[in-house]
Design a protein around this ligand. Structure first.
Ligand code: FAD
Length: 489
């Protein structure tokens, strides 16, 4: 009801990258308006410029939508899924339900933002109000600026400037049925008809074992992290052999959890003594990297396709040979930590951050393959494939980005493996061929005395690949290529 006791006209809540009920500012505002609310999701493969979701993301989305539909039903919120161009489907649904307002949380891709401007204009032209909110980021990307009012290109000053904007707001409560006045029902399609799941072949078995998409899955995963991962996070977050990070990334990607919820949840965990201030600060800084990626996306809308530093436009990338790219994708490079990572990615749709950096550096620097080749593979195979984080991180590793790793930083896969997976447990989990290789040699089996490999039942080239490149030679080649660019500009 409105303040004068009259019922506000019905409202449409358009779910997009915010597939949750709790801490959903658009949903909260729609309910608070007193309107009878109908919720809608549109699978839009048609709007020009919008990047189609990759295979693993589509798999995730199917489950997330089913979970959301169940959650909406539980609180009596009518929810429909439609397919088509949002610019047509959303105004159409608004007319059909006769709503007076449409509520949504903002999106930050350039094509999505453009579409939203056009949809808003169309709705407002018909006298339908549009109310939009920030449901995705701690701070709007355009609100964080240098003292001179400029966008920031380096993480530390960005994060300092973000922190001066004050504590992120507290999460909004999850609505219960008593708050919901059900709007008109809309016809929709069922999730199966969206054909989001892989069929021929069905490669998603490992994803099914690894994940529970949806808001309830996010709550469980967060609970597990707060119970046993946050304590010591600052020290162990670089260890792929341990369960030491939150695995919140796909839930954040699809908006099944908000950064505000995470920001405050870690504080609460620290307050009851189960984590240290340093762990909380480090975890929040990682959320900060996510914010920074969105800041970069805002300022470089082509982040996934164009070098931020244009001098790299002339970089002499190698023509990617089928063999090299295939070996990298399949985890058959002969470098155990790279292979474990690429197989973890293929099997589970996720990859530890340290290993993302190692495999990306290997593709770009050891194989001298354009970072966009890797970005595209990650886009297709990651359940957390994110338009800002993925593109910004690939550009960071390549050295082509804003606050990028210097070009001469070339990860040595064996040293990285020995440092971050000292017992080889991570490699053994994903490269079973090497299970019996002792820890001392597991990150460099080619250097092991023949007797050691024989005892472990490994013959290189037969049971496990020989290295496709020699890292030292590849490193020199990369430095020469990157160095030549430096002198040319
Ligand atoms: P935690 O350590 O628990 O961190 C919590 C959250 O902070 C993450 O969920 C994520 O949202 C954010 N975060 C952590 N590290 C980073 C980072 N370096 N940059 C931006 N945000 C970060 N992250 C994605 O969400 N989607 C991607 O598509 C993606 N692609 C990447 C590609 C490459 C080449 C690299 C090097 C990194 C990429 N990352 C991406 C960043 C990072 O690897 C993942 O966010 C992280 O591994 C997710 O695991 P987690 O949730 O357990 O992280």
């Amino acid at each position: 009801m409105t303040r004068n006791g009259k019922r506000a006209p019905a409202a449409l809540l358009w779910f997009r990258e915010d597939l949750r009920l709790a801490d959903n500012p658009a949903l909260d505002a729609a309910l608070r308006s007193g309107a009878a609310v109908t919720a809608l999701y549109v699978l839009d493969d048609e709007t020009e410029g919008q990047r189609a979701l990759g295979g693993a993301s589509r798999w995730w989305l199917a489950r997330s939508l089913r979970s959301l539909a169940k959650d909406c039903a539980a609180i009596g919120l009518p929810f429909a899924i439609r397919r088509g161009k949002a610019g047509i489907a959303v105004p159409h649904a608004a007319r059909e339900t006769g709503v007076g307002a449409v509520f949504w949380n903002r999106r930050y891709g350039a094509a999505e933002a453009r579409a939203d401007v056009a949809i808003r204009a169309e709705l407002e032209g018909e006298g339908i109000a549009v109310e939009d909110f920030n449901g995705r980021l701690l701070h709007e990307p355009w609100d964080v600026k240098s003292r001179a009012g400029e966008p920031l290109r380096v993480f530390s000053p960005f994060w300092r400037a973000a922190m001066t904007r004050g504590e992120p707001r507290a999460p909004l409560p999850r609505p219960t049925s008593s708050r919901v006045s059900a709007g008109p029902a809309l016809d929709g399609v069922d999730v199966e008809s969206l054909a989001l799941d892989p069929t021929k072949p069905d490669w998603a078995g490992g994803l099914r074992n690894a994940w529970e998409p949806g808001e309830a899955g996010a709550r469980k995963a967060l609970g597990a992290f707060l119970d046993s991962g946050l304590k010591g996070y600052a020290e162990t977050r670089d260890r792929p052999d341990m369960s030491a990070t939150s695995r919140m990334s796909p839930y954040l990607r699809f908006g099944e959890v908000s950064p505000h919820q995470l920001w405050h949840a870690v504080e609460a965990a620290a307050a009851d003594g189960s984590a240290r201030a340093g762990d909380v600060e480090k975890f929040r800084a990682e959320l900060g990297w996510r914010e920074f990626s969105y800041h970069l996306l805002q300022n470089f809308p082509d982040l996934a396709s164009r070098n931020v530093q244009q001098r790299f436009d002339d970089f002499p990338w190698s023509a990617p040979t089928q063999g090299d790219v295939r070996a990298w994708r399949k985890g058959l490079t002969g470098y155990p930590i790279v292979d474990a990572g690429m197989r973890q990615l293929w099997t589970t749709g996720w990859l530890h951050n340290r290993v993302r950096m190692i495999v990306a550096s290997f593709l770009i620097k050891d194989l001298l393959i354009d970072w966009r080749e890797g970005e595209a593979w990650f886009w297709d195979t990651l359940v957390d494939a994110d338009p800002a984080n993925n593109a910004a991180s690939w550009q960071w590793v390549a050295g082509t980005g804003a606050d990028a790793a210097p070009y001469f930083r070339v990860f040595n896969p064996s040293l990285q493996g020995a440092r971050h997976d000292p017992d080889g447990a991570y490699v053994r989990a994903f490269v079973p061929e090497l299970t019996r290789v002792p820890a001392k040699w597991i990150h460099a089996p080619w250097a092991a005395p023949p007797g050691v490999l024989e005892a472990a039942g490994v013959s290189l080239g037969r049971d496990y690949p020989k290295r496709i490149v020699d890292h030292d030679a590849a490193r020199s080649r990369a430095l020469a290529a990157f160095g030549s660019l430096k002198t040319r500009t």
